[in-house]
Design a protein around this ligand. Structure first.
Ligand code: SF4
Length: 347
């Protein structure tokens, strides 16, 4: 199916070109207790038509990064440095007017909690139609018609009638579909989905992820899928970025990272998730310890207080020297390739 292009949109870059390019991004919050370094020197690229999964525990900087892309941080308490280029346009420091024009039109977000994100006082149809009216100037009647079409597209039965329902009349899965309809109504080029299936049961979760993939094929959007669950990205994303303490610690294609994970933190994430191929009684191994305080993150490798392999890589080196993430496939870790292989066999 051909990729839909918005009237007046700039032509797509050559295949493989980054549509979104984040370079050396820092997002720091001023709090009463000090500066929270929520994102600390992050870089990644995303091309049109591809899905980037960003995984990590709570507080790893996944959502903060994406709110920075959307320009949704309060500038009074937030310092943002670095580059966020969307189709060549710099978003860091862009005027609110510019960001508002881009939000909901060129870039859109699917939030985790549809019950909170949707207003209980307005019909589903009115809420879906709102961004369409705002960005296209369509009449109320045209926008309602378009909202019904979008509800149909995301698989809501009797969409033309249900467009006048209120959120409480929809099930959790239907509300999440309605949120997807709302985020796609202007055919965004960049879609950010923040834990879009967390509150849903496994069957509905799989349906929603399939729906996102289908719609991406139709619209050619670039998607960022934020999750703490590697299982969610396994079947949905093309590329993977593993984040810890505000930094990227591993990246590669999903296949590369899941087949040959290179960072001890990624090993921990994988060991803590259930697998279909494992015995039912296989115990899950949580990562020991807790994520560090971002008010005072550890020096050197931020994972070193929780890492079981510092003796192999060198205690002092892990505690003092920040490991760098190579460009392309790789992990930010001082372990040699041989040590990693040997350790992988025993973990
Ligand atoms: Fe562990 Fe050291 Fe590698 Fe960090 S650099 S993940 S502490 S081995």
């Amino acid at each position: 199916m051909p990729t839909m292009t918005k009237p007046g949109a700039t032509p797509a870059p050559h295949a493989g070109d980054a549509f979104l390019s984040v370079r050396d991004l820092y997002v720091h919050f001023a709090t009463e207790d000090g500066t929270v370094k929520a994102v600390d020197g992050l870089s990644f690229d995303l091309a049109r038509g591809r899905t980037l999964g960003i995984v990590g525990e709570s507080g790893s900087g996944k959502s903060v990064t994406n709110l920075a892309v959307l320009g949704l941080h309060d500038p009074r308490h937030t310092t943002i440095r670095g580059e966020i280029l969307l189709d060549g346009q710099e978003l860091t420091g862009a005027p609110e007017r510019t960001l508002e024009r881009l939000r909901g039109n060129t870039m859109a977000m699917i939030f985790q909690d549809s019950l909170t994100a949707l207003s209980p006082y307005h019909t589903i149809g009115r809420q879906i139609a709102e961004p369409f009216r705002k960005h296209t100037g369509a009449s109320r009647r045209e926008a309602r018609q378009r909202a019904a079409e979008m509800l149909e597209k995301v698989g809501i039965p009797n969409a033309r009638l249900r467009v006048d329902d209120y959120p409480h009349q929809f099930s959790g899965g239907m509300r999440q579909r309605a949120m997807i309809a709302m985020s796609l109504i202007c055919n965004p080029d960049l879609l950010i989905a923040d834990e879009p299936t967390t509150a849903l049961d496994v069957t509905v979760q799989a349906q929603i992820l399939d729906l996102l993939k289908d719609l991406q094929q139709e619209y050619g959007s670039a998607i960022i899928l934020i999750t703490h669950d590697l299982g969610v990205v396994a079947n949905t994303a093309d590329d993977l970025l593993v984040m810890y303490a505000g930094r990227a610690v591993e990246r590669g294609t999903v296949r590369e990272v899941l087949r040959d994970p290179q960072h001890p933190y990624t090993w921990g994430l994988l060991a803590s998730m259930p697998r279909l191929t494992s015995a039912v009684d296989r115990p899950l191994t949580p990562i020991p310890g807790t994520p560090p305080s971002l008010l005072d993150p550890p020096g050197g490798c931020p994972f070193h207080p929780r890492c079981a392999h510092t003796a192999v890589a060198g205690e002092d080196r892990c505690a003092e020297e920040r490991p760098l993430l190579p460009r392309g496939r790789g992990a930010a870790c001082h372990l040699s390739a041989e040590s990693r292989q040997a350790l992988r066999r025993t973990t």
